[in-house]
Design a protein around this ligand. Structure first.
Ligand code: ATP
Length: 426
């Protein structure tokens, strides 16, 4: 865990938020390579869940919405509250359900009784900060999808089953944020609400569980680090008729990355009741109305990124290698002149670099010795390093070194971008 957190900071993936002011618990900033990795994660999800299908529509809703939405969904009530206990001696706070003993894990002091603590983040909208101006930063992206259900029906006229997908920020005033970016107070979700005929609930649930697991494997996560966990009935959320999590074996143990829930018609029913708008689906042929059931696969971008970093982290002797699949790697190719003090080599390397950069995320590095440059790229997971040497000046070929095998091959510099793209897509 320490090694991954340290690499993430040292190499510009993740920084603690507000660090020069001593940080701010539960918030993180993503540096240059973190942004790239997150974008790769989101783009791949969008490709698989939206672009490659005909039955799923995209959405990008506002973060702050009418506060009645959160009443209807149950989020302002006990369903979205965590059990809070405080140590009466050191005043540290804990989630009651995470404590293994009835005393403070830090100082062994006595603990307060359990209180329910609602984790929606409040704000005020408008110039007067009173009860009537209270609004919430969304606790999940899902509710915005339900309240746009009717808009999608009226503009795209889909048939059942169909889905609406959204990627966006969510906020929760977690009692115990921590474990690096696993549990933070501001994070990103990739959520799909898939609307189905009620009688296909079970079959669709099985389909989406398998679809999601396959997605994680395509990202390169090792099968042995992934498992399903079925929530026992007594632990189900207020909206759920059944939930299975996909858990990942993090350095601190198994924990949820993807929740797949059978939400039944709970949300559409609640929003119909609270808004007064009939949110039923009308069959185009028979005119018959029904409230669809919903399967919801809900995945956290940040947790997935942590899983990818953990899974890819490798040590070979003194070398640290991030064995991300090339599609996820923040940088696809690094370009080096063999030595940095030969103007003619540097110039040629810069030309080749400019060319690659038109089509692929690439970096140029002319500092230090070549071995160190390779190691620096291995640490951020760059799959290919391209070296321009004296032979390049003679025959226009370059050396391409593969991160995982350390094998080198000569490639015609005019065909280099095509070569790299082919490797990337294979
Ligand atoms: P947990 O039990 O760990 O608090 P949850 O069951 O409340 O999670 P969901 O409401 O199902 O989480 O949210 C869906 C997904 O959003 C989770 O699987 C996770 O990947 C992500 N997520 C939820 N809360 C956080 C958080 N505080 N920080 C980062 N990601 C989160």
């Amino acid at each position: 865990m320490d090694k991954i957190v340290s690499l993430a900071k040292r190499r510009g993936f993740v920084f603690p938020s507000s660090e020069i002011y001593g940080g701010f618990g539960g918030f993180w900033d993503y540096g240059p390579w973190g942004v790239e990795l997150k974008n790769n994660i989101k783009n791949f999800w969008w490709h698989e869940f939206v672009h490659s299908r005909d039955d799923i529509f995209g959405l990008d809703s506002s973060i702050i919405m009418n506060p009645k939405i959160w009443e209807a969904s149950g989020h302002t009530g006990p369903g979205f509250a965590d059990p809070l206990r405080e140590c009466l001696s050191c005043h540290k706070r804990f989630r009651g359900d995470e404590l293994s003993e009835d005393k403070c894990p830090v100082c062994q002091g006595k603990l307060s009784k359990e209180k329910k603590f609602n984790i929606l983040v409040k704000t005020f909208i408008g110039p007067i900060e009173d009860e009537t101006a209270v609004a919430y930063l969304r606790g999940e992206t899902a509710q915005a999808i339900f309240v746009n259900f009717d808009n999608i029906l009226n503009t795209f006229h889909p048939r059942l089953p169909f889905g609406i997908a959204q990627i966006g920020k969510a906020f929760r005033n977690e009692i115990t944020p921590g474990k690096f970016i696993f549990r933070s107070r501001e994070f990103e979700q990739m959520e799909l609400e898939y609307f189905i005929y009620p009688e296909s609930d079970k079959e669709q649930f099985i389909y989406w569980k398998e679809f999601c697991l396959a997605h994680l494997k395509k990202l390169g996560l090792k099968s042995e680090n992934l498992r399903f966990y079925d929530h026992p009935k007594e632990k189900l959320s207020h909206y759920s008729k059944g939930t299975t999590d996909i858990e990942y074996k993090f350095p601190f143990g198994w924990a949820e990355i993807w929740g797949i829930a059978r939400r039944s018609d709970f949300d559409l029913k609640q929003h119909s009741r609270f808004s007064g708008k009939d949110l039923s689906f009308k069959e185009s042929d028979s005119g018959e109305k029904l409230l669809p059931y919903v399967i919801e696969p809900s995945l956290g971008v940040d947790r997935l990124m942590f899983a990818l970093l953990s899974d890819a982290y490798c040590e070979e002797g003194k070398r640290v290698i991030l064995k991300l699949i090339p599609q996820m790697a923040p940088v696809k190719a690094a370009v080096f002149p063999l030595v940095s003090n030969k103007e003619v080599l540097v110039k040629k390397a810069r030309e080749i670099y400019s060319d690659i950069k038109q089509s692929l995320p690439a970096v140029f590095d002319g500092r230090g010795n070549i071995g160190k440059r390779y190691y620096a790229q291995d640490e951020i997971g760059t799959p290919w390093c391209v070296t321009i040497d004296y032979d390049t000046l003679k025959d226009d070929t370059v050396t391409v070194r593969n991160r995982d095998t350390a094998k080198q091959e000569r490639v015609d510099s005019h065909k280099l971008t095509g070569f790299l793209k082919k490797q990337l897509n294979s």
